[in-house]
Ligand binder design. Structure first.
Ligand SMILES: Cc1cc2nc3c(=O)[nH]c(=O)nc-3n(C[C@H](O)[C@H](O)[C@H](O)COP(=O)(O)O)c2cc1C
Length: 377
């Protein structure tokens, strides 16, 4: 990670504050800014302290990152904190070998965490830049979110930050109240801004997607490895801080309705009440142009940007990704939407009850300080 530039004459990176001896007008690529004679030592110190991240801010940021949704609530991430950045690392030990052998859903989950970090930095009054896959030799280092300056916090930053703290996945019926077209355009725009596309399905196409989802769901239920994996990531233990808790399993839809993943199949016995789900659900699919790790990260950012905008408008969203977890069914979804695009996430969007929260791992488990850097050459 490039948190510090020994060769750059002005880099507040790790130097003691106020001791910078840079010649006037030189520039450090880490975003430290231009060192010029107009900045006296005291102002410089103020600027640095306004930009640098301390322990409290690191904890706010990691809490925000880990509030992101993740497949089966695996929380497959680790964060490394430095004074000018948060690194996001994948934790492959939390991968789902059965439903996600390529780690696509794991990377999407981490992409959602990156979006949350960007939102939280804006809330904290920092301008941020995301560097994707910054360490080619370390493929699990997915992103570094760097502070590149200060900014004032806007109302939208506060709203999105509030949304990331209150968002949770819905597995309950939505009401029949339609989502206004203007709001759908905002969701589309949120996805587009992250480099992905949102496809909204209705009528026959929505019915076809539900049929494909039912077939995929049935195939998974008949797979013992799938059920064993589900068993490892579902829990009735209120002390457990990961996995999907019984309190969040949601309701069971009727046989004709969009199939919610049945988490009781993992072996946790709860009385999952059958309820009438919406007859014409609003289904939305996030797609990307290709299927690389970069596309998955983009998809995660787009997904989370959509979910946060939705949450600010009191919309609920739930996932329906079973058909994307088996290649034959994913191909069918692709054919239905656009064969040139790669479907990454299927969502059900609408108005409804407040979904319960799922737990998160303690911050100390997720946060590591940066490796101490060696002496300068
Ligand atoms: C890539 C991805 C796929 C998901 N697929 C499903 C799914 O098929 N069914 C479901 O009920 N939840 C799904 N989820 C939601 C997670 O289970 C949920 O985010 C996690 O349990 C944490 O809960 P929360 O979102 O309420 O914070 C998915 C999440 C992600 C990021």
């Amino acid at each position: 990670m490039r948190a510090h530039h020994p060769s750059a004459p002005f880099c507040p990176g790790r130097r003691p504050r106020g001791t910078n001896g840079a010649p006037a007008g030189t520039f450090c690529p880490c975003g430290g800014g231009v060192a010029g004679s107009s900045v006296d030592a005291r102002n410089e110190e103020d600027i640095v302290s306004a930009i640098e991240l301390g322990d409290r801010e690191h904890r706010v940021l990691v809490a925000a990152g880990s509030a992101a949704p993740s497949i089966h609530n695996t929380q497959p991430w680790r964060f490394v904190a430095t004074p000018r950045a948060i690194e996001v690392h994948a934790d492959p030990a939390r991968g789902l070998g059965v439903i996600d052998p390529s780690a696509r859903a794991l990377v999407i989950s981490c992409g959602a965490a990156v979006l949350n970090l960007r939102v939280a930095l804006a809330f904290l009054g920092r301008r941020a830049r995301v560097r994707w896959l910054p360490s080619p030799a370390v493929p699990t280092h997915l992103a570094t979110v760097e502070v590149v300056g200060a900014r004032s916090t806007r109302a939208i930053d506060r709203e999105l930050y509030g949304a990331l703290r209150r968002r949770s996945s819905s597995r309950q019926p939505m009401t029949s109240r339609p989502v206004p077209a203007r709001l759908m355009s905002q969701l589309r725009e949120a996805v587009r801004r992250e480099g992905a596309t949102l496809h909204v399905l209705s009528g026959e196409d929505a019915d076809t997607l539900i049929t494909i989802a039912h077939q995929a769901d049935a195939a998974q239920r008949g797979d013992r490895a799938y059920l064993a994996e589900l068993g490892r990531w579902t829990t009735a233990d209120p002390a457990r801080r990961d996995g999907v808790p019984a309190s969040a399993f949601g309701a069971a839809p009727g046989p004709e309705q969009a199939p919610q993943r049945d988490f009781t199949q993992g072996g946790v016995a709860v009385d999952r009440q059958e309820e009438a789900f919406e007859a014409a659900p609003m289904l939305a699919v996030v797609t990307t142009s290709a299927d690389t790790v970069g596309d998955w990260l983009r998809a995660g950012m787009a997904l989370q940007h959509l979910l946060l905008v939705a949450t600010t408008h009191w919309l609920r969203a739930g996932f329906l990704t079973q058909p994307l977890e088996l290649p034959a069914f994913r191909d069918q979804v692709r054919g239905l939407i656009d064969p040139r695009r790669m479907p990454q996430v299927v969502l059900r969007v609408g108005y409804g009850r407040t979904p319960p929260r799922s737990p998160r791992r303690p911050l100390d488990e997720l946060l590591s300080p940066a490796e101490p850097s060696g002496p300068m050459p």
